[in-house]
Design a protein around this ligand. Structure first.
Ligand code: ADP
Ligand code: MG
Length: 736
């Protein structure tokens, strides 16, 4: 069944050539116990390695079941070793970080046997060698004889046709050695056993055939095959491959045996991750603060299109110019004073065309860029309040806008505002007490909210308008919310005069009190006061079209600075090619504040992350070195795996899996340390800036950082892992 034809193998070191095998011709029976005897250096191990497919001849052919192996590729050799050969080495060569059971299972794992069958089979062979009670032990807890029994069990596990034993008793005392040989003889009755030994007494006692080898030549064969045997059976090979689970279990076990080193590696590998994690968390936090600041400034000062454009910057420039001039001069002439009002204000005529233009924006880009908007229509209406048993107008509005520009109708006792639509209102106001307004137009009932400032103050004038007796109100008088909620005034639509009948008027009831929320300094309304909903506005518009004027003003609340840029360029586009009278100018009070560019934070973060990345490179190099060291340490194991039929790929898989685990641990350690470090950093920053929890890590960043760590460790270990895969198994097994 096994035939060596003219096999030669020469080792050349420098100029010196050594014929390890010299034209060896041998044939073996399906079932026999062959002893190979010979002096040290005679070529015994080389012969076994060639037969076992671990080493390959320079010339000649190995014929297995009548099939030449000349055309064998790596894959076929791997399968041959795994399926047909069981190796037993002199020095047991058990994998020290795997248990007895796992050692025996390894060959079965490589041939893809399922977990249950694998375990059953491994226990069966361990039982055969008398070690059933030791299956969970570690190899280093066994005696020499026991270790060799495990090695035999491992060789038997895949039920190979051929057992190759290289001085299996070499490291054992005579008595144990005899027991081992008895065992081999007994369990391999129906197999081909080729055993190398230098003990001729043993050789003759156990074997039914003794072959002598010296200087690579067969010098004697006690029982050669005379006439060609019938070729029996076909060579049937099963694929081998290490599953990820096997690689994973092996890696975890190996990591456990050098836990200290692994923890140190993971810790060192985590430093770069910590650096990047902290920078990201800080820049996130700062970005959030800037975004918040942007939203706040932008919403307290919307882009407003009003009947009059007031150029605040122009006013500021003017006063700066005036400051340059000499005050209280002593010359005896005068100069004309600039009409700053005229120069810095422009009349806006809000046309249907323009409103359509704005609507198009709100319906399209505005969905993304705007946090809210409001259209204020002018109409003939008045709020009338009963003060000291007399009806008094506390607010009035006319459908033709007032003739003079200013900061709103100054003569009114209390402002009457339209609540903007969109998130800008909901995000920035709290209902402190009472209920959201509910209108009952049929019964002429309207409800409004009363907006108060963040100190819970309300101007005396408003109190007066709401019917309080100012004589009774001192500076420290406390007026309960319940005293304000439920107050009623009248809304009269049309021109209100002394002869007007209030029976037709709407009852306006304060249903609740609102205040801007604690951590925002937004007030959507330049002055607080009464706030009515857009529902009221549309109802009045539809019911009293003849009392309606046009849109008096439009307020647009951008989300952020980029949204604002977008909006402003849209508004500017409207004026392109239009005369000054037909142009429409917007008021942008937020322009008075310097805008902090978020670009700066991005730039700083990128520079810092670049620095932190250097530490990632350093830790990658370190992982590379550690893997290299580990490859060297585990050379023997690599040889054993290859002897058991592991492919080159499987060997690199073992190391790659281990590096992925290390990379993952490094990432995880990095994230945990980052989160811990963020606690004191946030405390310090809070003391410095009064802003709490600036540093914050986003879940997406956590995942990305761990992924980066895994990828880096994997890549860093690729080269050493490849080196391991490429190791010659023969040399690997010879290393001590
Ligand atoms: P044995 O097992 O009989 O002691 P070996 O098969 O190990 O002998 O070695 C046969 C000869 O080949 C020896 O002279 C040994 O020095 C040489 N040899 C074996 N392996 C190598 C190698 N990898 N490089 C160089 N020479 C080797
Ligand atoms: Mg040898």
């Amino acid at each position: 069944m096994l035939k060596l034809k003219n096999i030669s193998k020469t080792y050349t070191i420098g100029e010196f050539s050594q014929n390890a095998l010299d034209k060896v011709n041998l044939e073996f029976r399906q079932s026999e116990f062959v002893s190979v005897l010979g002096p040290s250096g005679g070529g015994k191990t080389t012969l076994l390695n060639v037969i076992g497919g671990l080493d390959h001849a320079d010339s000649g052919d190995l014929i297995i079941n009548g099939k030449s192996t000349k055309s064998f590729k790596d894959k076929e050799w791997d399968m041959y070793r795994n399926n047909s050969i069981g190796f037993v080495f002199q020095s047991h060569n058990l994998i020290s970080h795997l248990s007895v059971l796992q050692n025996v299972e390894m060959g079965l794992s490589l041939s893809g046997t399922n977990a249950h069958e694998k375990k059953e089979r491994a226990i069966e062979v361990l039982d055969k060698v008398g070690l059933k009670d030791h299956i969970h032990k570690n190899p280093n807890q066994l005696s020499g004889g026991q270790s060799q029994r495990v090695a035999i069990a491992r060789a038997l596990a895949n039920n190979p046709d051929i057992i190759l034993a290289d001085e299996p008793t070499g490291s054992l005392d005579t008595e144990t050695g005899t027991q081992i040989l008895d065992l081999i003889k007994e369990i391999a009755k129906d197999k081909l056993v080729i055993m190398v030994t230098h003990d001729s007494e043993m050789a003759y006692k156990y074997a039914n055939r003794v072959i002598k080898i010296r200087d690579g030549k067969i010098t004697d064969d006690s029982n050669p095959i005379k006439n060609d045997l019938e070729e029996s059976g076909k060579l049937n090979l099963k694929k081998t491959a290490m599953s990820f689970t096997t690689a994973f279990v092996s890696s975890i076990n190996n990591i456990k045996t050098k836990l200290g080193r692994t923890i140190l590696t993971a810790f060192a590998g985590s430093i770069g991750i910590i650096g990047i994690g902290l920078i990201l968390s800080l820049s996130n936090g700062m970005q959030d603060e800037i975004d918040k600041f942007e939203r706040e400034t932008l919403s307290s000062y919307p882009i407003a299109i009003e009947p009059y454009f007031i150029d605040f910057l122009g006013f500021m420039e003017y006063s700066a110019e005036q400051d340059e001039l000499e005050t209280h001069p002593d010359y005896d002439y005068v100069t004309p004073e600039k009409d700053i009002f005229d120069e810095n204000t422009k009349v806006n005529i809000i046309t249907e065309d323009y409103i359509e233009y704005i609507n198009r924006y709100i319906d399209n880009e505005g969905q993304e860029t705007l946090a809210g908007f409001s259209y204020n229509y002018s109409m003939n209406m008045s709020l009338v309040s009963e003060i000291d048993s007399q009806y008094e107008v506390i607010y009035s509005e006319s459908k033709t806008p007032s003739a003079s520009p200013g900061f709103g109708p100054g003569s009114n006792m209390i402002p009457f505002h339209l609540q903007p639509e969109g998130l800008v209102y909901e995000e920035n106001y709290n209902l402190l007490d009472g209920d959201e307004p509910v209108n009952d137009f049929e019964n002429k009932k309207i409800e409004v909210l009363l907006a108060i400032n963040s100190y819970n103050q309300i101007p005396r004038e408003y109190l007066h308008a709401l019917g309080f007796n100012l004589d009774e109100i001192e500076d420290d008088t406390q007026i309960g919310f319940s005293d304000l909620i439920g107050r009623e005034i009248k809304l009269f639509v049309g021109d209100y005069g002394s002869d007007s009948n209030l029976d037709d008027a709407y009852t306006v009831r304060i249903s609740g009190i609102i205040r801007s929320i604690e951590n925002t300094n937004i007030s959507l309304f330049m002055r607080n006061g009464l706030v009515y909903s857009s529902e009221v506005e549309s109802y009045l518009m539809n019911t009293y079209p003849q009392e309606m004027g046009g849109i008096q003003s439009i307020s647009l609340y951008p989300n952020d600075f980029s949204g604002k840029d977008d909006l402003l360029s849209y508004l500017d586009d409207y004026n392109v090619g239009k005369s000054e009278t037909n142009s429409i100018y917007y008021n942008d009070q937020a322009a008075l504040f310097t805008s902090i560019s978020s670009g700066i934070i991005d730039a700083i973060s990128i520079v810092l992350i670049a620095f932190a990345s250097i530490s990632l490179v350093v830790s990658s190099i370190m992982i590379s070195i550690i893997t290299y060291v580990s490859v060297i340490e585990r050379t023997k194991e690599i040889g054993v795996l290859r002897a058991l039929g592991a492919r080159k790929k499987d060997v690199s898989r073992v190391f790659n899996t281990e590096n992925i685990i290390i990379g993952f641990s490094a990432g995880l350690v990095g994230i945990v340390i980052t989160l811990i470090l963020m606690i004191p950093i946030n405390i310090i920053l809070e003391n410095m800036s009064d802003i709490s929890n600036i540093a914050k890590l986003r879940p997406l960043h956590v995942i990305s950082l761990i992924a980066i760590s895994i990828v880096l460790a994997f890549v860093a270990g690729l080269i050493p892992a490849r080196m391991a895969a490429k190791k010659d198994p023969v040399i690997a097994l010879r290393t001590e």
